[in-house]
Design a binder for this molecule. Sequence first.
Ligand SMILES: C[S@@+](CC[C@H](N)C(=O)[O-])C[C@H]1O[C@@H](n2cnc3c(N)ncnc32)[C@H](O)[C@@H]1O
Length: 326
Amino acid sequence: MSETTRQLHIGDCLRVLAERVADGAVDLVYLDPPFNSKAAYDSAFRTPDGVIRRRAFDDTWSWTADSEREFAELAGLDGAAAPRRLLETLLELYGPNDLAAYLVHLARRLLELRRALRPGATLYLHCDPGAGHYLKVLLDAVFGVGGFRNEIAWCYTGPSAARRDFPRKHDTLLRYTKGDGFTFNADEVRVPYKALHTDRGRPEGRIWKSRGRLRDAEVRAAYLEQGKLVEDYWLDIPSGGHISVRERLGYPTQKPLKLLRRIIAASSNPGGVVLDPFAGSGTTAAAAEELGRGWICIDINPDAVELTRRRLTADHPNLEIETGSL
Ligand SMILES: C[S@@+](CC[C@H](N)C(=O)[O-])C[C@H]1O[C@@H](n2cnc3c(N)ncnc32)[C@H](O)[C@@H]1O
């Protein structure tokens, strides 16, 4: 039996986390949950008999008996006092609407994810400007204001139907850490300097002024070679619609491998465990496997889990994957 964690679960991540993932077992969480986009998403799988279309997931929300129950459950949970107060205030302001249902659903799961993270571990929540501002306040309540590390704008281009607004062309990645001593591998996420900051207009091979000091050509060359730490706006990763045909799997909202590689390389170490509770097509597992990390992936949609299993075993035929269903 392999020592590396490789787990694939079908089920609501709340239940799977509670029943299958021990306290502090995880080094990094990436979650790309539904965004409250008020839309339904279909997958389109290519088969020898043609393309099969199926509902993948529905992202419309309303206040239901489940919302009521999950809100009530917060009362007894460790670390839930602040998120509960926040949700109470929102419920008072707006009433039990779709947004409240969505935030209660995520609050319950974020608390469970926090429990599963080891001290010093990191969580990235992928969202968009629709509910991102509420999710940031919710994460402050779950991790403490001191847990906030970055709000990253993943920027992309593409056609837009907007005529009376600026086209919305970025997603947001909220990065939080659980306590001190977190991992951040700066050298793993460097990008080249722009030409503007490199050689242009300078006497060849002589001097370069940086931070008030003159550097010689050799030092300068090494500095340029190393590249710079990528900023908190990412312009160099094409969006889902531009994923290469080879990478595309027909799952809606599939994220590019390059995005997950950067997150995993920055915020975990080889041998660590990365967890994705809304795994979709398994991009997190594929990137984690490539980078030598263990992984736990959960999705409520059996098609998504089967797709992830096929994706992983196509690239690594002898992989031992523990599977479960709840
Ligand atoms: C935005 S997609 C994730 C896409 C993924 N990042 C990728 O690269 O393919 C969200 C996923 O969450 C799943 N999902 C929705 N509610 C869930 C829940 N309560 N527990 C587990 N998975 C859930 C959906 O089936 C869907 O596959």
